[in-house]
Design a protein around this ligand. Structure first.
Ligand code: SF4
Ligand code: SF4
Length: 163
């Protein structure tokens, strides 16, 4: 009994662990799988090349990709194609990360955002515009006008992933 009282007293006098969410947010773990983000290169071009490998890998059939052709006058991504339509149905997603693993350009990643809420089924479909990250500093929005013959590889030379 004495031991129990001592534990209660210790917890009572210790620092409170309550976090004032949503004003204060606890950082997530490094391997946390949250809401997806479509990444860009530093110059602003989109990493997604519309190959649909993520959709093929998805066990919940939550991803829809429709590809279209790039041109040098209207370029969204390196190489031939880009995702004209990219949608994820968050009601279906089980946050397994298979899409992330399947992507050859590391375009789709599961980020640290866990604040998903919707009041009807249509709102649960996240479109490309919602998923695409902002243009990085020094980059340009897409579509870009690019010099001919520069972007000829769908998957640019990249170093091996580190994790
Ligand atoms: S995390 Fe899994 S279930 Fe969700 S979209 Fe990716 S592959 Fe599909
Ligand atoms: S996110 Fe990756 S796997 Fe999915 S269509 Fe784009 S490039 Fe292909």
């Amino acid at each position: 009994m004495f031991k129990g009282l001592l534990t209660t007293l210790k917890e009572w006098t210790g620092k409170p662990v309550t976090i004032q969410y949503p004003e204060e947010k606890r950082p997530v773990r490094t391997r946390f799988k949250g809401r997806h983000v479509l990444k860009r290169y530093e110059n602003g071009l989109e990493k997604c090349i519309g190959c649909s490998l993520c959709a093929a890998a998805c066990p919940a059939d939550a991803i829809f990709v429709e590809a279209a052709e790039n041109t040098d006058d209207e370029r969204y991504s390196p190489g031939e194609r880009y995702a004209r339509v990219y949608e994820i149905n968050m009601l279906r997603c089980i946050f397994c990360g298979f899409c992330e693993d399947a992507c050859p350009t590391e375009a789709i990643v599961l980020g640290d955002n866990y604040e998903l809420s919707f009041t009807d089924r249509h709102q649960s479909i996240y479109t490309k515009e919602m998923l695409l990250e902002p243009v990085p500093e020094g980059g340009k929005p897409t579509p870009q006008q690019t010099p001919p013959g520069v972007y000829v590889r769908a998957v640019p030379a990249m170093k091996d992933p580190e994790d």
